[in-house]
Design a protein around this ligand. Sequence first.
Ligand SMILES: Cc1ncc(COP(=O)(O)O)c(C=O)c1O
Length: 394
Amino acid sequence: MKYQIDPVLQTMHEQHIVQVSQGLLERKDIIPMWFGEGDKITPKYVREAAIKALEEGDGFYTEKRGRLSLRRAINDYQKRVFNSEVGEDRISVLSSGMSAIQLLFQMILSGQEADNDNIIIIAPIWPNAASVATYRRAEIRYCLLEFGDNGLSLDFNLLESMIDNNTRAIFVNSPNNPSGWMLTHNEIQDLLGLSRRHGLWLIADEVYNRLTYDDEVAPSFLPYAGGDDLVIIVNSFSKAWAMTGWRVGWLVHPHFVSEELNKLIEFNYSCVPGFVQQGCLAAIELGDEFISELVSYCDAARGVCLKHIGDLSGVEEFCYPNAGFYLYFRVGFRGACDDILGFARSLADDGGVGLAPGSSFGPHQEGWLRLCYARNTSDVEEAFHRMGKFFAKY
Ligand SMILES: Cc1ncc(COP(=O)(O)O)c(C=O)c1O
């Protein structure tokens, strides 16, 4: 036989978040808290802007890195909310945060096994960045956050000790999925220093930077990273504007990669559809009120989680969710520690609560489960009631 399927692709498996829900997605009796999305739909004015554009014939190819009007609006938004003006030339609109990461790894990793590229990923973390890097033949070096009395923290000495000549990037996701951990302003500056000292790419995934409970926004690289810094910030319309299915994100990057991104976008999907961009324009210009409402909505659900989590039998620890919309907690049952995927699977199938297993988020996550609480409080109450009954069996 002459046909070939990439051998590395063949060795890869579907994410555990996907495996846990396989065959169960149609089950209406399961409360679906496994994926990174809630039950609120995209704001009306966003939907209407896209429909209007489509009805007016906005169905042609558009600029590769996104329409100037949208890139300008993103620049204004960042100025308004993060007090940072990078200029539209350093902004590229891409087809989702996921695809942005995919393109970035196409850009900075050679894709050749013989080159021994490695990237350092601060974990626990949403799994897809590691998957793309693995697919691009890079070794993944996980720098695990340490769990202590004050929650999770980053050990800079450990991080720096992992860097060698073949390290191509440090990837950090703050606010973090699954744990809600956030970098401080000082840590952002320290990471920037590390990137400058080592001449290393720093990829900052900030897709949850609006979903914070004590401050209006999370500390961001935006005001710190200059146009010559090797820093790329990933953002997305998915979470803060409830647009997961629209598949649009954006990057803030140095000027000198714009041309490279143009090429990669051309090879991958050519452009983000124009009418979708018109929806995004409405979201970024008019969406601040929606975001405040979404944060209050999630905060109420977070309150339910915090009320019950301490009383749930078997729960040994949890990460206090300062940001994002996830509760990450560890159960100590034997079965769960040995096979958290199997445990999450039976919790969904028999217990009626769909959660993501910790094994999705990096090494040494035995016993950990992630619950997405971006839902109405009665669902969250009911989920805790069901978990109480299910955990009592262990
Ligand atoms: C940390 C993080 N980064 C990026 C993404 C990708 O978002 P999207 O591809 O929907 O824009 C997600 C989605 O769950 C995420 O949790």
